[in-house]
Design a protein around this ligand. Structure first.
Ligand code: GEK
Length: 243
């Protein structure tokens, strides 16, 4: 996907305002997420492969917090089940408008329905695949269990939830190490110390990371009895929860 280079935090900002998924972010988003989330491309490709395996005939696949639709497009390429459509949801109007503008029809079997809505308010029905790719971390902690319960209730037996998140670590040394290594990763991707620290401030209280133990406990409480991490690169991980 084409993208401008992310330089939103390159110059000293007098006041750091809270991070928002607005037009300025949308313009640089593919570059930003690629250079900020270790393993992002590998996760996107694997989401496609998982959708190929888990999508069921006469079902829906959901991409919740779809941004510009990278996971949706990866799923569309791999879904072969009949009457299996993708529902892509994001509450940023800027994201949804750009995704609709970029979306071109192709020969794929799966249809794509893009909705501008809060994922806490959408209904989940007949779901064979549900993707929360770095989205739950932006949902208030108090609302997370209800959202996961709703997803579980709306899923078909044999369905999969793919949950990717920035992780926090209960062990202080592990937390320090992973934060530090992510910082080095971003430097290697060309971000300056100033960009890294201003972005960190903008995300404070917006991106709320939790430990794998907390995620697993909550997923199990929501009904998923089988939960594992299938991918991890420093403090960025992707989990699979099976119904
Ligand atoms: C990808 N999944 O490229 N309802 C709907 N959307 C929301 C909500 C909410 N309550 N909260 C946040 N979002 C994508 C990347 S980005 C991750 C996901 C990142 C949306 C928000 O508008 C943004 O587009 C997305 O979740 C998070 O695979 O930027 O680190």
């Amino acid at each position: 996907m084409q993208s401008d280079k992310d330089s939103l935090y390159a110059n000293p900002l007098g006041e750091i305002t809270t991070f928002k998924f607005d037009d300025s972010v949308v313009n640089v988003f593919p570059d930003m997420i690629q250079r900020s989330v270790p393993g992002y491309s590998a996760i996107i490709s694997a989401i496609g492969l998982l959708a190929g395996r888990f999508s069921q005939p006469h079902s829906h696949c959901y991409d919740l917090g779809c941004s510009l639709g990278a996971a949706t497009l990866a799923m569309r390429e791999q879904i072969t089940a009949t009457d299996c459509g993708i529902v892509a949801v994001d509450n940023s109007e800027s994201m949804v408008e750009r995704f609709k503008l970029n979306l071109v029809a192709d020969q794929s079997k799966a249809s794509i329905d893009i909705q501008c809505a809060d994922i806490r308010a959408v209904s989940i029905e007949q779901a064979s695949v549900v993707v929360l790719n770095f989205t739950l971390q932006f949902v208030p902690v108090a609302d997370r269990v209800a959202l996961l319960e709703k997803i579980y209730q709306g899923m078909l037996p044999g369905g999969v939830l793919i949950l990717s998140e920035k992780l926090a670590f209960e062990d202080r040394r592990q937390q320090g190490l992973h934060v530090d290594m992510h910082h080095h990763f971003k430097k290697m991707q060309g971000y300056s110390e100033l960009e890294i620290s201003q972005k960190r401030m903008a995300l404070e209280n917006v991106l709320l990371a939790e430990s794998f133990a907390v995620h697993r406990h909550r997923l199990k409480a929501a009904g998923f009895d089988s939960v594992e991490i299938w991918f991890q690169y420093f403090n960025f991980a992707s989990m699979i929860a099976l119904k």
